[in-house]
Design a protein around this ligand. Structure first.
Ligand code: CIZ
Length: 331
């Protein structure tokens, strides 16, 4: 079979009918014995064709349960890595291996190793807790992995006599420190999507929609969380809207594709994505969309099934990351 020439500098795909692509994907899935896993932050069409949708905690667990020999992971690179690490016997394909994560990039493995050594040399006795949005190489240097869905529970497992180094999301770390009462040494990373919400715009939107509720992801900075009614990861957001029967307006401060599963689950409500703001110009922008998640498209899902690539390939440091991921997410 002839492989396509991949030009990563040319993101524009020739138009193909989405319904035709969906049919093609359905038959390729059978041919290749594959299941599709899709994160809540990818495009709604991809969530609709997926066999499993969820946050990274649920998808990591789903990856261990799928019956097929191949997984196509629609999300970002660290999620595909976690699926491979927890299910090494499966072939894990990703529509686009360039789908990275600003948080993961903010914490390179060599800088973390140097910082841990510096803290130890200064006499700190600590455990390292990493948000799942990190590379597998970074995970291999950590004691615990948390997701937005299990963070409190995992932090309770860190012995009380140990300090906590939390990487890489300073906002999530600060929030977790406030709710658990555990002081933390924070790595100065942040998510490019959650960092850009403007508190002024949010307060204006709240005023324009009397009775609305602000629902924010804990990756948002403290000034956004302070004016929020509900703070939680994507699974918590879903549970919350499903528990409210009376129609409400929710102002949602997270990746805008999250509106798709919320609408599907609880269509009685109105959901308004909080816009991002471009700090250089002060204008609102579409930066509440993650550019990495947006690299996942129907065409790329079809192509990765057709050509069985690109694939997450097992790396030597995955074994160490496997231990910490299993302990944190599966036990
Ligand atoms: O845990 C995840 O999947 C992320 C990155 C966000 C969320 O809350 O689902």
């Amino acid at each position: 079979m002839e492989l396509p020439v991949v030009n990563i500098n040319s993101p524009v795909e020739a138009y193909e009918d989405p319904l035709d692509l969906m049919d093609e994907i359905e038959s390729l899935k059978k041919e290749r014995d594959a299941s599709i896993l899709a994160h809540f932050y990818v495009d709604g069409d991809l969530q609709d064709i997926a066999d499993f949708t969820g946050d990274s905690l649920k998808l990591a667990r789903d990856a261990t349960q799928v019956k097929t020999s191949t997984i196509v992971f629609c999300g970002v690179h660290f999620m595909g890595e976690s699926a491979k690490i927890l299910s090494p016997e499966k072939k894990v394909l990703m529509p686009d291996l360039h789908a990275g994560c600003s948080l993961a990039e903010s914490c390179p493995v060599d800088r973390l190793a140097a910082y841990q050594a510096e803290l130890r040399a200064k006499g700190h006795d600590f455990q390292t807790v990493a948000y799942i949005n990190t590379t597998a190489a970074v995970k291999s240097l950590c004691d615990w992995i948390v997701t937005s869905g299990n963070a409190r529970e995992i932090i309770d497992r860190v012995p009380a006599d140990k300090e906590i180094l939390f990487v890489p999301d300073q906002h999530l770390g600060r929030y977790l420190s406030s709710v658990t009462g555990r002081p933390m040494i924070l790595w100065p990373g942040s998510c490019m999507v959650h960092e850009v919400f403007s508190v002024q715009d949010l307060l204006r939107a709240k005023r324009n929609h009397p009775g609305s509720l602000v629902m924010s992801h804990p990756e948002c900075p403290a000034n956004i969380l302070e004016v929020s009614d509900i703070i939680g990861g994507t699974e918590k957001m879903r549970k919350y809207v499903a528990s409210v029967t009376e129609p409400k307006t929710f102002l949602v401060a997270t990746e805008a594709n999250m509106i798709h599963p919320l609408k599907k689950l609880a269509p009685q409500h109105e959901y308004i994505p909080v816009p991002g703001i471009m700090t250089s110009t002060g204008e609102t922008c579409a930066c509440n969309r993650c550019p990495h998640m947006a690299l996942n498209t129907l065409q790329k899902v079809r192509d990765c099934l057709k050509y069985s690539r690109p694939e997450i390939v097992w790396q030597p440091y995955f074994s160490q990351a496997q231990e910490v991921l299993q302990r944190s997410l599966l036990q």
